[in-house]
Design a protein around this ligand. Structure first.
Ligand SMILES: C[S@@+](CC[C@H](N)C(=O)[O-])C[C@H]1O[C@@H](n2cnc3c(N)ncnc32)[C@H](O)[C@@H]1O
Length: 239
């Protein structure tokens, strides 16, 4: 975590921030890592993130021409894939740094995922990549998604995960907790890439997460494990 008077000192031995302090710290962190965000992503996932995003778009299962919001769009990777699938895309993020580094033709909004300036039922679909654990609270986000997506519309939420297999889980914990901060430190901001693995702790247990999505107003809630369970894709249909 980058130093922040709100969030406490950087490093691995501090509690993760919450509430307003978390929002400030997350925005600052993404502002600072934006210029090399894509490069570090490709290196630390061995380009698997590219395939995961494509899967996210295909599992949205919407016809070309659908109106889709990519929430927490960052540098616009998902926006590009959604546009490539023929959708009308809008990206939204709260980090000016990430938006400035975005490489997409999609219109971009600077806004909070928990309070989006978009009308009720105006979207056919909504995607979100690797951002759930960065939100200050998950339930308001799922309710906001349910407000924006029309009945029958779809959501696809991509996030990191921990493998179920104990051996894979151990190897993944070592890689994510030890190697990723080193790689991040070589190419970008080491403190930020220490925070990112630790931020997985913000995610609730699988059952709770899926129940929250259902409780917000979605059916057919499904979790797909990707690449041995190091990433997860949650898809659902607006009731
Ligand atoms: C790990 S990046 C993911 C970027 C992109 N979705 C991707 O797939 O690479 C997380 C993004 O979430 C954004 N973010 C975090 N909290 C947010 C919020 N409350 N509202 C909007 N964007 C948020 C950050 O600014 C950052 O760009």
């Amino acid at each position: 975590m980058p130093p922040s008077e709100d969030s406490g000192p950087s490093g691995t031995n501090v509690d993760l921030p919450s509430g307003a302090a978390k929002a400030v710290a997350v925005r600052r962190m993404f502002d600072s890592i934006a210029p090399r965000y894509d490069l570090v992503n490709r290196i630390m996932t061995f380009r698997m993130d590219v395939a995961w995003r494509r899967r996210t778009v295909s599992m949205l299962e919407l016809p070309a021409g659908s109106i889709v919001m990519d929430v927490a769009c960052g540098t616009g990777d998902l926006c590009r894939d959604l546009s490539g699938a023929g959708h009308s895309v809008v990206g939204l993020d709260m980090s000016w740094g990430m938006l400035a580094a975005a490489r997409t033709d999609a219109p971009l909004l600077h806004a909070d995922a928990l309070k989006q300036p978009v009308g009720e039922g105006s979207l056919d679909g909504l995607t979100c990549g690797f951002a759930l654990r960065n939100f200050t609270s998950l339930e308001p986000f799922f309710f906001e998604a349910a407000r924006l997506v029309r009945s029958g519309g779809r959501i696809a939420l991509l996030e990191v995960d921990s493998p179920v297999n104990p051996l894979l889980r151990f190897g993944h914990a070592f890689y994510f907790g030890r190697v990723v901060p080193l790689v991040g430190g070589l190419f970008s901001d080491r403190d930020a890439y220490r925070y990112l693995p630790r931020s997985v702790a913000y995610l609730p247990p699988e059952e709770d997460l899926l129940s929250m999505v259902a409780a917000a107003g979605f059916g057919e809630v499904q979790k797909t494990r990707l690449s041995g369970g190091i990433a997860q894709l949650i898809t659902a249909t607006r009731s």
